[in-house]
Design a protein around this ligand. Structure first.
Ligand SMILES: [Zn+2]
Length: 267
């Protein structure tokens, strides 16, 4: 079994993080289902990452778990596809397509990550953290988080990178630089206006590639974080509960979403 020494640091860091933070009030129930085929190391790291995300949200935002979360770690594409059918009621055709194109999903508290098919441990943890951020977006906005496409995916990627960095995964610290280098090599870049709706974001994934599209979104979110800090990010998602997306954006960041979308350049 191949283990990455960098990642062995993670459970230890999370252990200490757990010791340092006060016990969190869990209002929601956590159910974790692990396929038999998932390697023990991968499972241990993924469990530690889940706890790291809970701690991060408690510490950074004072947000606890208020709704039930059900998490499934699948061991390969076949079982991932089967979980998508069972948990989301997808047809076999839909599930195959989704399983082929994604490594993790989150819907209303049901989170499935294909741990087995991602060969790089670091990416497994990144996908897991990304999907857990979606869980909190849904919880805090009462499932109204989808209004601005690049905010949804960009904050999931930006926070996943930040969380991994916070818990001590070494390579995570160079994220922004690495993302910009990759975007510089891209043949074309979507504008944020292209990524405003979920449909626009999906179509940009098709035109420019998923990585370029998500990275552009994440860098836009990082720019907002540089302006207003991490607390503003979830002030936005919380404001979506009872405001329009434009008002929520203005309240959180002090700028109009449309102006920001026009002006933003990733580098
Ligand atoms: Zn996502």
């Amino acid at each position: 079994m191949k283990t990455n020494s960098l990642l062995m640091v993670l459970p230890a860091c999370l252990f200490f993080l757990n010791l340092l933070t006060s016990p969190q009030a869990h209002g929601g129930r956590v159910d974790l289902v692990v396929d038999h085929g998932v390697e023990k190391d991968a499972e241990a790291q993924a469990r530690a990452a889940v706890n790291g995300v809970f701690d991060f949200f408690q510490k950074t935002y004072g947000i606890g778990l208020q709704r039930d979360i059900r998490i499934k770690f699948s061991c390969d594409k076949l079982n991932y596809k089967k979980a998508i059918q069972d948990w989301y009621g997808a047809s076999e055709g839909q599930a195959s397509q989704v399983a082929h194109n994604t490594a993790g999903l989150q819907r209303r508290g049901d989170l499935i990550v294909n741990l087995g098919d991602i060969n790089n441990d670091y990416k497994q943890l990144f996908v897991l953290c990304h999907e857990m951020v979606h869980f909190y977006q849904g919880q805090e906005s009462q499932d109204k988080h989808g209004a601005i496409g690049w905010m949804v995916e960009g904050s999931a990627d930006a926070l996943a990178a930040h969380i991994l960095e916070t818990v001590g995964v070494k390579n995570a610290s160079g994220y922004k630089k690495w993302w910009i280098e990759n975007l510089k090599k891209a043949r074309g870049l979507p504008s944020l206006e292209d990524l405003h709706t979920h449909r626009g974001l999906m179509s940009a994934c098709y035109t420019y590639g998923g990585r370029v599209t998500y990275t552009t979104s994440a860098l836009a979110v990082m720019t907002l974080v540089e302006w207003r800090g991490y607390p503003a990010l979830f002030a936005y998602f919380q404001a979506l509960k009872n405001s329009s997306p434009d008002d929520a954006f203005y309240r959180a960041f002090g700028a109009k979403a449309t102006d920001f979308e026009k002006q933003f350049r990733p580098f």
